[in-house]
Design a protein around this ligand. Sequence first.
Ligand code: SAH
Ligand code: ZN
Ligand code: ZN
Ligand code: ZN
Ligand code: ZN
Length: 489
Amino acid sequence: MDINEADICGLEVIVAEGGKAAPCCPHGPTLLFEKVRKGGEQGRRFYACSACRDRKECNFFQWEDDKVSEARRLAREAENQSKRATFTTQEDCSRFRKFAALPPDEKKFCQDCQTLLLPGEREVHSSHRTTAVSAAQLSRPSVLLRPLDNKKSNAQYLFTDRSANFLLDTLAGLGFRKVLCVGTPRLQELIKLRNLEQKREQMTSLLLDIDFRYSQFYSKNEFCHYNMFNHHFFDGEVSAAVLQAFLTESKGHKVVMVADPPFGGLVTPLANSFSLISQEWRKLQSSDCSNIDIPMMWIFPYFFEPRILQSLPSCTMLDYQVDYDNHPLYKHGKTGRKQSPVRVFTNISPRDIVLPKDEGYRFCSVCQRFVITKHCAKCNICPSKDGREWKHCSTCEKCVKPSWRHCQHCGHCALPDHPCGDSPADKGCFNCGSLEHKRKACLLKDTHRINRQSNAKSGGKHVSRALSKPKTKKSGAARRHKKLAVLSK
Ligand code: SAH
Ligand code: ZN
Ligand code: ZN
Ligand code: ZN
Ligand code: ZN
């Protein structure tokens, strides 16, 4: 089956509340999607992979009302089993111990296979590109490993030192001693490096990530092969126990969770997984924490703010701009460099998170948080979301982006070259729901589609925008160009 762009406006994820169990693909339980048609009538529901947006990576597909024969079910189970065999982390841990014990000149890494090589394995890789691995490189797997660059779903964007150090300094300053790293391998790495320096208080960390290449570098208490879209542990109970042990706060060592999911990701399933982690943490607390969640930082672009706050109302978005080494656009700064659209969503009191003054942040005593631009007395908030100074429009009675002008014809502010006089139904972006651009200019184009009426229509169901099959033939460069245009508006 092919998802046809012409007749499908979007996909929603239906989060089952005690409904029937979803079938599994090699990435754990699948998600239930619903196609949404333009008229708003309910589309047929189907199960598809939670982790892979690219059908080449995982082609699981099943209509919700399909009758699955016993033979097909068994074949599927066998396939899932066979895929799992290559994913075992147990072996990796013992391999790592052996590798670490090798003399320096025998430490080799195969770039083609992205694996550390033990002495007996070099033959097999003799025609591959291999390199020597120094002790320093061994402690920086995020530098050694080639970042996954699957454009469609799982591109890995690694923190700059600036951002990683800011996050860790902040957490250490708040007294956290254990960091649950969900999709943040570089943070985990930095924690271990800092521990070696031993100047500061020791911190421990546990990395939960779907990229099992990382398991080569860590012990079983430091890495779990995990899918954050369905809270699935590929190694089952063993990993669940590791997480449980990590979430137990002994000797007053406080835990915090830091997650940096792929930006094309679905907000509702992510929020669900984080809530499950929180529940687990709550159960393990010695004091009564029935009303509180695990302290967390969820790193995501600012235009997801409404959706994240809807799923996790106790969170606030910070003004801090997170930036990445290997992403040309997601860099912070007012001076020449593009401003990063990536922010931190957190349930830690924003008043306590001090943003660096030398990067232009200041404390707003009215908003009680650190901000990037000025406070608006009329709106009584610090309105800027994108880091630029917004201006107040007295007709709209709110602050808008500096490039916007009030349009008499449309009756609201918009870009000077906006398609004037569009009917309200056609307003904004059909892709992500933003009113600031049209679908053609959407940052999340090709990866992210939503149905803007989803909540009204679905009557209380937990619904999220979903990804549909990306369709793009543009080169990476062309796409980057497009993003640039959008970001600089
Ligand atoms: N900024 C982070 C990396 C973020 S990139 C850092 O520097 O540490 C997104 C991360 O999420 C990657 O490590 C990727 O492997 C992981 N990831 C992607 N999809 C995932 C999934 N379904 N479940 C768990 N981890 C996932
Ligand atoms: Zn899958
Ligand atoms: Zn303010
Ligand atoms: Zn204002
Ligand atoms: Zn206006």
